[in-house]
Design a protein. Structure first.
Length: 301
């Protein structure tokens, strides 16, 4: 492939992953609103179940590839565990701490990559990772950072699983049809969450914040349906199709650096829709993340 065409393809992949990150920037707020009244695991099973049906409809008629079920099971299982831990963890901690701890997947990704593939990231990627992580920390560091609680530890598990998901998607995406691979990931994530929900059903009468929240009745209010549609269609169907396509064209570490943009978009949305002013610290953090992305583009293999 000519150098100009290859560079154009890489830039398209970067732009697509930036779009994915922008959509993800909205999910912490939406989830926080939903968790005030809805059972978290049941809500998550509905979100993934609806998204899986849409993705299966899009994939139907296209050929499946060898190893699809295996790769989908790895990502889907990790995804079900990771997002389940994140949702349950948000019951016990603040949204700002949840976003910060989840973002630790950025520096953890090259570690997961080395453990999985024994490949080291390039020097440019490592420098970009350091800059992006510093910018992410400036943007997302919670104002009230007290000691770790149960929710923080659960969400730390999310960060670890996300790091391995980023690595495995980067390794496997090029082997499969984008529609089938996205459908397999989400379908098996839905099965993982639904099975866990069934396993804990006999214990919902127990006391404790998690069991009390999961035992709530599911109220199909207008706001819940709109949130479910956004999370299932935009934040799952669209993002997983785009993420799978983009990650086939870049390394896992480079993808993790772009994912550090999530708090940048969160701050921008707050400025646009909530009239919150961007602080100097926010501006410096966003600049460092963007600089990290630019540096990681240097001499990409």
């Amino acid at each position: 492939m000519p150098a100009v065409s290859l560079a154009s393809s890489r830039l398209k992949a970067d732009a697509v992953l930036v779009m994915v990150t922008a959509i993800w920037g909205s999910t912490f707020v939406v989830n926080r609103l939903v968790l005030d009244s809805a059972p978290p695991l049941l809500y998550l099973a509905l979100r993934f179940g609806l998204a899986a049906l849409v993705l299966l409809a899009l994939a139907w008629g296209h050929p499946a590839t060898p190893g699809l079920l295996r790769d989908s099971a790895v990502v889907g299982g990790l995804l079900g565990v990771g997002i389940g831990c994140q949702l349950v963890g948000q019951i016990f901690t603040t949204a700002s701490k949840a976003a910060f701890v989840t973002g630790l997947s950025v520096p953890l990704t090259p570690v997961a990559g080395y453990l999985t593939t024994r490949r080291r990231p390039s020097g440019a990627n490592l420098l970009g990772l350091v800059l992006a992580t510093a910018g992410f920390a400036l943007l997302a560091w919670p104002a009230q950072l007290s000691g770790l609680n149960t929710g923080d530890l659960l969400i730390l598990g999310t960060a670890v699983t996300y790091a391995f998901i980023i690595v495995h998607v980067a390794e496997a995406a090029g082997r499969h049809d984008v529609r089938w691979f996205a459908a397999g990931q989400i379908g098996l994530a839905a099965v993982t969450v639904a099975l866990f929900r069934l396993l804990i059903a006999p214990f919902l009468a127990w006391k404790g914040a998690f069991f009390v929240s999961e035992a709530r009745p599911l109220l199909l209010s207008r706001s819940f349906v709109l949130a479910l549609l956004w999370m299932a269609l935009a934040a799952t169907v669209v993002t997983f199709l785009l993420q799978t396509w983009a990650q086939a064209r870049m390394s896992a570490t480079h993808a993790a650096i772009i994912f550090a943009l999530e708090p940048v978009f969160t701050a921008l949305f707050a400025a646009i829709f909530l009239a919150e002013r961007l602080s100097r610290r926010d501006a410096i953090g966003a600049s460092l993340v963007l600089l990290g992305i630019l540096v990681s583009e240097l001499r990409r293999p």
